[in-house]
Design a protein around this ligand. Structure first.
Ligand code: PPE
Length: 305
């Protein structure tokens, strides 16, 4: 359960957590047409709090809204400040930030024209997405019976609320089967991503991640690709099949919530040694240092409060 904090930013104002309510005719609640973001703020060793790639997340929110033809009634700079204000007012040194843009109440039906576009920013404490043990030991994954969206069925580059019905179905199925996470294939059968994470595979020193077809353009994904390239390791964006994962040396997930999580098993097959491998560990460690503002090289990724 989400631990309640004091305030939520809604439509330009900081209001009390308990007052952040909407009408039952809120359009997005019925049809899923809304866009959102997920951002993390970390407390740095010097005591300051830094938000990881905040402008990039807010710009992706505006890109999602543009794809969905939703006009956000605020400027990106206003939402960037609002994210910081919401953390500050709640005294959160570390936490997760969830900006949500939704269509308010008014008309019903799939062609709402004059309904208000509303924006909320919620902050809360969120620990390891797949559990602390998964970060250390790796997670267990099952290929889903659900495919990732076909690129002409849903706009997969947009973080649209309704897109996540697919994730909820897949995750539920995986957890019910005793696994931690679902691996999703695209409609051609190639590896796409997990329900809320991008995927990377390591074999003989070469690192691969699926290209940006049906997958979300993850901000952690691009950050990790930069880290890999800066270390002089080889990274390519290439389609691959699930059996390539089975025989990989290492597999890991990336995401704001999931950070860098090693995968130790897929479809009941051990990956590599069955423990997080050296490449994953090195990337994970560098990612965490960068996110905590500990590396000069990646200072421009951090927006301090
Ligand atoms: N793919 C999907 C489908 C996805 O939802 C996320 C983020 C990613 C990839 C990674 O993107 P990025 O966070 O920019 O590196 N998933 C968000 C929502 C998780 C949730 O359960 O809610 C997140 O990690 O914040």
């Amino acid at each position: 359960m989400v631990e309640k904090v004091n305030k939520i930013w809604m439509d330009g104002e900081l209001i009390h957590w308990d007052e952040a309510k909407v009408h039952i005719l809120t359009h997005t609640l019925h049809y899923g047409m809304g866009v959102f973001e997920g951002i993390r703020c970390y407390q740095c060793p010097d005591g300051r709090s830094g938000v990881f790639r905040l402008p990039e997340h807010i710009h992706r929110l505006f890109d999602s809204a543009h794809i969905a033809e939703i006009e956000i009634p605020f400027a990106p700079e206003e939402l960037i400040e609002a994210c910081k204000d919401t953390l500050r007012v709640n005294g959160l040194k570390e936490g997760y930030i969830r900006p949500l843009v939704f269509i308010g109440d008014g008309a019903m039906g799939v062609h709402p024209q004059d309904n208000p576009i509303r924006v909320a920013i919620i902050t809360w404490k969120w620990g390891a997405y797949l559990g602390e043990e998964a970060l250390q030991q790796g997670t267990r994954v099952k290929t889903s019976s659900y495919s990732r969206h076909h690129v002409n069925v849903m706009m997969t580059k947009a973080k649209i609320c309704g897109n996540y019905v697919n994730s909820v179905l897949a995750k539920r199925e995986a957890v019910r089967g005793g696994y931690d996470e679902a691996l999703m294939l695209d409609t051609d059968g190639y590896v796409s991503e997990a329900t809320g994470e991008n995927i990377f595979v390591v074999k003989n020193g070469l690192i691969k991640t699926p290209p940006l077809t049906s997958v979300l353009a993850g901000i952690t994904r691009v950050s990790v690709m930069t880290i890999i390239a800066d270390k002089g390791m080889k990274i390519v964006e290439q389609r691959f099949t699930r059996d390539e994962l089975y025989t990989a040396d290492e597999v890991f997930f990336t995401g704001t919530a999931a950070e860098v999580t090693p995968v130790r098993e897929i479809d009941d097959r051990k990956i590599g040694s069955g423990k997080p491998g050296p490449v994953t560990k090195e990337i994970q460690s560098t990612f965490f240092k960068a996110a905590h503002g500990e590396l000069d090289q990646y200072q421009d990724w951090i927006s301090y409060l």
